[in-house]
Design a protein around this ligand. Sequence first.
Ligand code: HEM
Length: 518
Amino acid sequence: MDDLSKSFVPAIFILFLICFLSIALFLKKTSQAIDYWLFLGSLPSLARNSNRLPEWFTEVFCSLGRGSFFIDGPIFSNLKYFVTCHDKNIEYILKSHFNNFPKGPDFKQIFEPLGDGIFNADSDTWRVQRRMAHTAFLSGEFKNLLSSMSRRVVEDQLVPVLVHVAKTGTTFDLQEMCWRFAFDVNMNAVFGIHPRYLSIELPSNDLAEAIDVAQEAIFYRHTMPMLSWKLMCLFGIGREGEVRKALTTINRHIYEHISQKRIDMSNGAQTFDLLSTYIKNIEEHKRSTAPSPHKNEDEFLRDAMFNLFTAGKDTIASGLIWFFWLVSKTPSVEKKIIEELKMLMSSKTGELLEHHEWPWVFDSDDINGLVYLHAALCESLRLYPPVPINSKTVLNEAVLPDGSLVKPGMQVLIPFYSVGRMPWIWGEDCLEFRPERWIDGDGKLNLHENVSRFFTFNLGPRTCLGKDMSFTQMKAVVAAVLFNFQVEVLEGQHVCSKPAITLHMENGLKVKIQKRVM
Ligand code: HEM
């Protein structure tokens, strides 16, 4: 063979191989509803859809017609995601084989502003946090505080603001009101503080703003290679520079609240917020002989409180805003909610509706038992789960109930958003807002039937601790708003979700309200 042929043969072989791989990969691309590129894997698809992951995952599941798929990163990277909305897989990962699916080291680094708080912790650190939080949430005093405080914030802050905008006929952003409400209620519940962020003047609040900055940066960390945001963090530039400043503000506020609380408690103040409960718990522990589980008490309290606060604030606001939007598009549901509230009011007061005082605020204990309102909230949380995607890391290789093989170090993504939108889980009418699916033939809530497919509050040992608290707060707001006001969502708005860890609206929800005439 001459020299020319010698160099031609390998070149032709390589060309043939490339053609073969390209055709194979092209075929894979067209059959999988998610692009697969030579060398790059599915990274281009992931990047293109990174600002609409919940919607994109839902589209992929529907076009594949099955509940799981893999996303491969570039050929030489170890990036590999397993995405699943298969109900049996979810139960396996979150419940029956919970220990094999921790949050993992990457999660902890991305969410490092949360410190060692409950969201960011695994194994023993998590167990300590979970035990303390569980005790605090279950206490009768805390539950009482929560229901009286939800009513107070609605009565003293939310309703007066809404009466004001109704009288002036002003257009306003309902999402912002929900944010402000959730901020105030959770400051009360966690720190025992009354910031009045929700008031007619719509004041600014540096803590609220700093938390938003930190949360946004955490979200964008998910979309970048770790090395790049870590370098930005090291040099304090871009979003990472803003996070540094935001964290200084957040820490200053939280440490101030902790030391003020200690002073108040040593002066004999009786408070039942979560911070007080934690401090009492730590003091009791010190009196026992057991070694303290906390290296630095204030740091422990800072992490614990910051986690509890962020857990409650954004989720409640998100749950509320999508609910109001769905109700505005479904007048039949609104009508039934108002009928239920009217009946409650008449039964409580014996008054004729025409004579009731306006605005009217319900007691949390009374509205907690309303069946249709509860069903409507569950239905909205199914379609718009405030935490749209949960993520876990695989510890040991496992074969999941649908036969998928997951390997150590792989990231598992569970899009709760998609779970609520799969016809094979919720039926062909899964995209309809139909609270009736939560009510049985006897007119009672059939939560039991939905327990194995409604994952909005997570499942298993890490189930949300604030579920009851969330319903109490959301019902208090919904009852006050819908019973007293007619909410008109302005036409022509583009309502879509914002890329974030919790599901918010990108452009808010502009509304006008007026007094409801019964
Ligand atoms: C509609 C409102 C809410 C929804 C949909 C919701 C949903 C969730 C979800 C999906 C998780 C699991 C997160 C994960 O594993 O990373 C979670 C955990 C948690 N939630 Fe909620 N949540 C809501 C409101 C609240 C409120 C008001 C609180 C009270 C402060 C709260 C406290 C917690 C806590 C402490 C955890 C951590 C549980 C653990 O890791 O052991 N949540 N929640």
